[in-house]
Design a protein around this ligand. Sequence first.
Ligand SMILES: [Zn+2]
Length: 202
Amino acid sequence: MTLFSRSHTETGTSVTSTVMAMTTSASVTTESEGAISDGTVTDRLVEANERYAAEFTDPGMDARPVLHVAVVACMDARIDLHKALGLQLGDCHTIRNAGGVVTDDVIRSLTISQRKLGTRSIVLIHHTGCGLEAITEDFRTELEMEVGQRPAWAVEAFRDVDQDVRQSMQRVRTSPFLLHTDDVRGFVFDVRTGLLREIDPA
Ligand SMILES: [Zn+2]
């Protein structure tokens, strides 16, 4: 059994069913499922990618986001940015980190996004129940005690999520590197309702 036919067992696409009709048997599916459950999580992702690629068609788009927007959001696993904002493939840049805070590296990405890839609008998204509300800057000291080196980066912990969104908006608006800072809006995503709440920048 080739990898090609095995990896397409679960896709059910017309292309693969032609292949499978010639080569497959019931035991193939069992073998494939066994491989997923026995492997590491990365193995699972790679298997899922094989199924994704089997149904993928080249959208033929270039790298410039269709909606000319960059979204900066927390990395929280409960936020499905594309679904939550009705975004399609190719619509936007998504820049994510712990907290969705505007760090120098986020400014780096936004600068490239605007100056090289044509985005104009920026959406900032923090959320309820963020892990950064549960830690403090003492985390840097804890790290230093443990590993003997103080991290150069700030933890960017916060207590008031609304205020942190305002600070993030301010950092974006005052950046000298960005071309467009007239359409910058900030929100808090409620992980229990899925709703965005806009934060007044004032
Ligand atoms: Zn978070």
